[in-house]
Design a protein. Structure first.
Length: 113
């Protein structure tokens, strides 16, 4: 049974930083890309960052230069380092192996003024 468990969210002031983690269990995703998505209240879920199996990365324009995605295949874990957080980054953050349809419960990130 595949499980994805996100953690590291919380309440932070604008300009602050958080590091999210996502641990996968049940199978290895080292051969697949891993994504971070987010969903803000009243908005559709959006792709924030992707890291391929080879380590190439892509980011949404809204987070470029502020967020960094990384992975540790030995730990079956993907990370999202978020710096210079803005209020508009407030959302529930989810990781997802691509192209698999597994989702975790997400971790809440709230950025205050």
């Amino acid at each position: 049974q595949v499980q994805l468990v996100e953690s590291g969210g919380g309440l932070v002031q604008a300009g602050g930083s958080l590091r999210l983690s996502c641990v996968a269990s049940g199978r290895s995703f080292s051969l697949y890309a891993m994504d971070w998505h987010r969903q803000a209240p009243g908005k559709q879920r959006e792709l924030v960052a992707r890291i391929t199996s080879g380590g190439s990365t892509n980011y949404a324009d809204s987070v470029k230069g502020r967020f960094t995605i990384s992975r540790d295949n030995a730990k079956n874990t993907v990370y999202l380092q978020m710096n210079n957080l803005k209020r508009e980054d407030t959302a529930v953050y989810y990781c997802k192996p691509e192209p698999w349809g597994y989702w975790g419960k997400g971790t809440q990130v709230t950025v205050s003024a």
